[in-house]
Design a protein around this ligand. Sequence first.
Ligand code: C2O
Ligand code: CU
Length: 464
Amino acid sequence: MRQTRRDFLRHATLAACAAAIPRSAFAATPFEDVVAKVARQQLLPDTYPETEIWGYDGLVPAPEIRVAQGDRVRRRFRNEVPDPSSVHWHGIRIDNAMDGVSGLTQEPVAPGETFDYDFVVPDAGTYWYHAHNRSYEQVARGLRGALIVEEANGPDIDREEVIVLEDWLLDPESGQLFDNFEQPMMMSHGGRTGNFITTNGRYDLTLSAKRNERIRLRIINAASARIFPLTLSGLNGWRVAVDGMPIGQPQQIDGELILGPAQRVDLIVDVTEDEGGVAHLLRIGDDDQPTPLVSFPIDGTASSVPRGKPLPLPPNPAANAPDLADARDLRLVMSGGAMGRMQSALLGGERLGFRQLAQAGKFWALNDVADMTDTPLADLSLNEPVRLKIENQTVFPHAMHLHGMHFRELRPDGAFGPMRDTILLAGNESREIAFTADNPGKWLFHCHMLSHAASGMTTWIRVT
Ligand code: C2O
Ligand code: CU
């Protein structure tokens, strides 16, 4: 068909309009469904039965959501699991009403009901989504998946792989999840860690690669409580982003990389293994033995030479370090747990001894208070700069996560760390974080060892 000049002009105008209006402005983007379902999946080797899981669209990990920076995510959440639920979009600097926290930003969605999530993603990076009602159970059953926001101008790579790390506490006889989600021993110790680890839902994930190929690995620790010490073999890697946010100059990996619960890391790796060999992403076990999380058998050669140090990722908006001249000083003391010194704490306005707290299923306190109350940890005014000293007075590590805003660690020498949304503290360790309270709303601040969050380690801040 001959294209007339008039047709051409009409199309040209349309194209120009489409380019001028950000895609997020189109209100007509349809809602896609995301359905929490009970399903069965082969997690264990084939000689075992399938495992009953709860998965978004019946899958673990959940289907990846992938959008361009600045786009709008529209999902109609339908709850088909037998427990009220909601969806949290971890690490997205989001409109508070869309944050998905049952009991704080929305009512939990009853079985059979729906909730419409509709938000813009301001930052490129590696994020994830997961259940946020009784998450110590719902996340552990499988309600978790990747949310990837692409840069307009991404790095020079041959390909990328999203790596979702999960663990499962399975009965080796039946292959089914133990349903001891509220077991006091786990709550009061390191949290409910699994006895079986999967990568993208598989125990033996194998992805073929080529020598001198450059791969971006987006690694997500979606486990309920497990800390993953990671290492590479046959791969030369650089860290380029943490918790979604670019870190500036890429840092070469030598040795171990620690990923706490809910944390993410983006690596750019060059395959150095020879053809016929196998490169690995490994985890270091408790016995110090490395075991593969991903195996990359080398099949062919991508180029004759490696490319050298990668360029930094483009920075996200609001990446400036906070100006702390008039910052509000806050302090958060974390106490409790087994072998701890906590004698008592406030629960629902009442002072209870450690025994009574334990009977109520509470083992931890933040600033002497177990569980969230109607009073926030802090009432901040919009754009107020904050420094927050976190003192872990327990013998366990904790991964503290702030919703709605990224922070930076303020190191003892006064230097800022990279932007993060989850910070891992070792037992009895103190760290200071700083941020500008630039997102209005009610934001949860809690330990991402999810059984700790449920047994006392949850608070919130209000920004108005
Ligand atoms: Cu990953 Cu309160 O959440
Ligand atoms: Cu914790």
